[in-house]
Design a protein around this ligand. Structure first.
Ligand SMILES: [Zn+2]
Ligand SMILES: [Zn+2]
Length: 204
């Protein structure tokens, strides 16, 4: 699999601060991850064998989340050009788009924004997901509700090496993307019950 990106999660991110996240996808399979076959209560063994798709016999992606003391891999990724990811603190902007549909008279604003607010459509760790098709909830096989960790905006491209083929169904020549370029919200198990207990919710 291709390593698309990785980072140390900043210490001030709730639940996952101090973890290391790595996101992989197969070089020859490219698709959206759909919730079909993945009910809100994820079944036992889900992280060992995430559901296959029509276009891929098994899971064509993998997200690892751990805090073990490991060292860098000896070899760089063979498909993508190495890039440095610089993180900086930023302010979130939370919006309620259809307040007439979701707010009731007298509701206090903090709880209204917690229940219905969506954040900016940016690459970010923490903050509030932008949920362009509405919120989704999943419960881990271990019984904990998955918690939002980070998101990728639509059509986030990663530069490929010149000698590598174009990605199947790419949205931009010269780049590879995750999940057909869908906006992606990574939800993960707060109990760290499995080193791959992270689920990429796709929306567009
Ligand atoms: Zn594959
Ligand atoms: Zn779990």
């Amino acid at each position: 699999m291709i390593l698309f990106f990785q980072f140390d999660i900043p210490a001030d991110i709730a639940v996952f601060g101090g973890d290391h996240l790595l996101v992989f996808q197969c070089p020859t399979h490219n698709d959206a991850v759909v919730a079909q076959g993945a009910p809100e209560q994820l079944p036992p063994g889900f992280w060992d064998t995430p559901p296959p798709l029509y276009t891929a016999p098994g899971a064509f992606w993998r997200i690892m989340l751990h805090r073990d003391d490991t060292s860098p891999a000896a070899n760089p990724d063979e498909y993508l050009r190495p890039r440095r990811l610089d993180l900086r603190p930023a302010a979130e902007h939370v919006t309620i788009w259809w307040p007439g549909d979701v707010l009731s008279d007298g509701q206090d604003l903090d709880s209204a924004f917690n229940a219905h607010g969506i954040g900016l459509r940016e690459f970010k760790i923490g903050g509030v997901p932008s949920w362009i098709q509405g919120r989704e909830f999943y419960t881990c096989p271990c019984g904990n509700d998955l918690v939002y960790l980070c998101q990728l905006p639509t059509d986030t491209g990663f530069d490929k090496h010149h000698d590598r083929p174009e990605q199947l169904d790419t949205f931009r020549f010269g780049q590879y993307g995750l999940f057909l370029g869908n906006e992606t919200y990574v939800l993960a198990c707060p109990a760290h019950c499995h080193p791959a207990a992270a689920w990429p919710v796709n929306q567009n």
